[in-house]
Design a protein around this ligand. Sequence first.
Ligand code: GLA
Length: 349
Amino acid sequence: MRNAVIAFAPGRVNLIGEHTDYNDGLALPFAISEGVTVQAQPGRTGWIDAHAVDLSSHDSFALDSPGRARGWRAFARGATAELQTAGCSLAGTKLRITGTVPRGSGLSSSAALEVALCLALLAIADTEAPERVALARICSKVENDWVGAQTGLLDQLASLCGERDHALRIDFRSLEVSPVALELGGYTLVTLDSGERHANAGSGDGPAEGYNQRRAECEQARERLGIESLRDATLDAAEELPEPLAARVRHVVTENERVEQTVAALAAGDLPRVGELLDASHASLRDDFQISTPAVEATVQRLRAAGAAGARIVGGGFGGHVLGLLPPGTEPPPEAVTVAPGPGAHLLS
Ligand code: GLA
């Protein structure tokens, strides 16, 4: 057991490749500098005592039977339980959690919280962390089985594998993560809040329902096409399906292509082309995947009116932030936040 540790895990922006991760597809996210910090120190034997500072909220639970809870407590309990299920030994710990990623923003505060919790719990117990893909899977189980969001591995891999100045081309079939230099030649990337909060998990209707429903539709389409995943789907095959399944598949197939085209455009330094691809991604997410909202559309329009070369909704959809690519010299809307790729999750002490 160590005396004290501090773990930091970043949120992420997904440059392009949305709703492709759970379809064995491609995405191009990067870790941002905003994130979640978890301080850990030795605590009562057999117990976790956690304090979510920003929420002025506490939780205490037994290491060997964390039990179910809602909200941020589901993350703390889930991380504790899933690490132990994966064979990692933990110890009685006091946790102090703070964060700078706005919750429900589409910048993945959830993955940042899961990853920072896991790193802190492992480090304070002096237990070696599983390798990054295995740890991403553990964090994703927390989200799927404890929080109730049927999300994929995008956010966790981006948070764990992020590299300064690079986006990550992730192939969700092979789980190969390849850094791609994000050289913007004077362009800047900004996010602008739509003001609408989204949640990928929950009960009842609303945005949470939307995310899980899209995932279920992709699964239905896959079954009907008789293929292993929508990575193998084609536009011709999609047209055989009834709506809205055909449209969902169209989005996934064209979005995978746009990821490859964006990697090529970045390598060629062709930023106007990157902007066009962001616009095309947004159109596909709005029209075929149908995860935009009037507030999101208004936010996209604000970025375009400011002179963005391209703008699109990021994350699970149904609210959250919009990403814009601004040419050199463009004045962003006042509340826009500039985002740049930072390092992945790490221990600060
Ligand atoms: C959320 C999920 C990710 C991914 C995106 C959409 O961020 O957590 O797994 O599905 O939505 O690309």
